[in-house]
Each structure stands twice: as C-alpha cells, then as structure tokens.
Design a protein around this ligand. Structure first.
Ligand SMILES: Nc1nc2c(ncn2[C@@H]2O[C@H](COP(=O)(O)OP(=O)(O)OP(=O)(O)O)[C@@H](O)[C@H]2O)c(=O)[nH]1
Length: 300
C-alpha cells in the first residue's frame, strides 16, 4: 500500500430522485450493479467503493434517515442517526431545480454537528446561475455545511472537483477493498448488522450502540446444507459481556436464534450460527470504523 493512503466512509443522504444512483454510477461505473440487488433492510447499505491511487471512499446509504414512517420506525431512524455521526463525511444531496422542502428539513434536523456535511446541489444542468445562487443562500442559513458543491451527476460537471475535496476530510487509512472489487461479501456486512440489531433490541438500553459485531467466518459446513457463520460480539466492559450472555447463556441463545432466522432468510439456506462475546477495552480508539462497520481488521 502507498504511503499516506487515505480512506473513509461517506454517507449519502437525500430525498428520493435527487440523483444518488446517478452519482454513484458516474463515480464508480459498472461495478455498482453488483450491489444494487442487496437487501435494503440494513442500517447501512454500501452503495459503492471508489478507489484511486491516493484514496478509497466507501459510500453508504442510510435508508432509515429519509423514511421516518417506514415500518422499522424509530429504531431505524435512531440507528441511521448514529451512523451519521460515525462516518467521515456526509453528502446531503438536493435537487437544484426543486426548492427547499419538508423532506429536506427532516434530514437537516437529523444532521450531526460533529461530522462534516457537504451540501451537494445536483442537476445544475437544469438551472441557470441566477437560480442557483439564491438556493445556496437559502441552505446556508439552514445548517453550517462544511462544503457546498454544485454538480451535475448526469453530465459530470464538477464531480472531479468533489472527489478532490474529499481529500481534506479523510484520514490516513487502509484500503479496505481491493480496487477491482466493490466488495467481497456484502452479506457479511448485513449479517453483522442483523446480529447487532438483535443485541441492541433484546438488551434494550443496557448495551450501548457502540457494540460491534465482527464476522469471523462464513463457510460451507461441508454437508452442503448448512452455512456456518462465526461471529464475535465486541463490547468494552466485562459487565456488558455478562449482560449479553445472560443467565446460563439465555440472552446469547435468544440473540443467536433470532439472528439465525434472519440470516437464513437473507442467504436462503440453513445456517449454523456460532457467537462469541469478547471484551476489548477502548476498541473505539483503534481504527474504529473497521469494527463499527462490521469488518475485521486483520483481513486487510
Ligand atoms: N438533468 C439531470 N438529471 C439528473 C441528474 N442526476 C440524476 N438525474 C436524473 O434524476 C432521476 C433520478 O436519479 P437517480 O439517480 O435514480 O436518483 P436517486 O436519488 O438514486 O433516487 P432513489 O433511488 O429514488 O433514491 C433520473 O431520471 C436521473 O437521470 C443531473 O445531474 N441532471
């Protein structure tokens, strides 16, 4: 890996039809199709991975944030909000030829103060500069955006500039994915989130949202019937480990049972799920994204 290589996670949010997919297609090209059919039920869907010589950006979608009435309800919105404060930057995309709307205000209210937010004004090919400037002024009043960048995802205007601006906001970091591959196992990520969701749900407020799940292995058991999934739930304190394991393992059993059912639905096959609970103090001070996003550090 090159010296000073940078990497990070960027969340893309915006109302439907603002051009998120068009943007991803422009930046990432063909490969994005690989992920487009993946389940929408997760906290974060990886939309695509951009890699050049200097950096890698993993773009993620946070579906909960713009669907407040979605059946997953408040729980998802809350989780989506947590995601927004965990990423390195947020792209809040709006449509240049539509005014400011209630959907935008809903999102703005959820924007974290501790994460740089780029206002991306897309579809500038549809408006004149005279129309663009008042829109910029209007949004400037609504939130303290780190950057305001007008683009046309369809025609490509200013998209290269945007990609360069990211350099300022990314820290040095590893290349999470090989450059010719968008992802090895998108389902890995989804499985980790399913397990994490069960832990949070069943333990209620006792376990912090920072609990991480790392998928150690997904493999065929050899009998061609069951997929073996081995995962670790990582907490920061011994007391949390006790809560997750529960009386005679009852809590962990329930987490495992519920997660297994969902994973079977996802993979379409029987699953044998092995869960461990590990205490790792201060893991959040380590390259925390790896854990929070369900990746295992030593794979890279
Ligand atoms: N003129 C113009 N049209 C655009 C631009 N970007 C996207 N569009 C069009 O806007 C429509 C919606 O674009 P998508 O990329 O599907 O939007 P999206 O945000 O992914 O939509 P959802 O998947 O519903 O969230 C499509 O018809 C695009 O061709 C742009 O820069 N200029």
């Amino acid at each position: 890996m090159e010296n000073n290589f940078k990497s990070g996670f960027v969340a893309i949010i915006g109302r439907p039809n603002v051009g998120k997919s068009t943007f991803m297609n422009r930046v990432i090209g063909q490969k994005i199709a690989i992920m487009s059919d993946k389940a929408q039920t997760t906290r974060n869907k990886i939309q695509g991975v951009y890699t050049d010589k200097e950096k890698q950006i993993i773009f993620i979608d946070t579906p909960g944030i713009h669907k407040p009435k979605h059946k997953l309800g408040d729980f998802m919105v809350k989780i989506a909000e947590n995601t927004l404060s965990e990423v390195d930057a947020i792209m809040f995309m709006i449509n240049a030829d539509e005014g400011y709307g209630r959907g935008d205000q809903f999102i703005i209210d959820k924007l974290p103060k501790n994460t740089p937010v780029f206002l991306i004004i897309n579809k500038i090919d549809l408006v004149t500069p005279d129309e663009l400037l008042p829109l910029i002024e209007l949004y400037k009043d609504k939130f303290d955006f780190a950057e305001i960048i007008p683009i046309s995802a369809l025609e490509g205007n200013n998209v290269d500039h945007l990609m360069n601006v990211f350099d300022k906001y990314l820290a040095e970091g590893p290349q999470f994915y090989p450059e010719d591959q968008v992802t090895d196992h998108p389902e890995r990520f989804i499985i980790a989130e399913l397990i994490r969701e069960k832990v949070l749900h069943l333990t209620r407020e006792e376990i912090p949202h920072s609990v991480a799940v790392v998928i150690d292995q997904i493999s065929n058991r050899g009998d061609n019937e069951k997929v073996l999934v081995q995962a670790s739930i990582i907490v920061e304190r011994k007391s949390q480990k006790g809560i997750i394991i529960g009386k005679q393992g009852s809590m962990l059993k329930e987490v495992g049972k519920r997660a297994r059912q969902d994973i079977e639905g996802l993979l379409g096959s029987k699953v044998y799920l092995e869960l461990w609970v590990k205490v790792q103090e201060n893991w959040r001070n380590k390259p925390h994204h790896l854990y929070e996003f369900g990746f295992k550090q030593d794979e890279y």
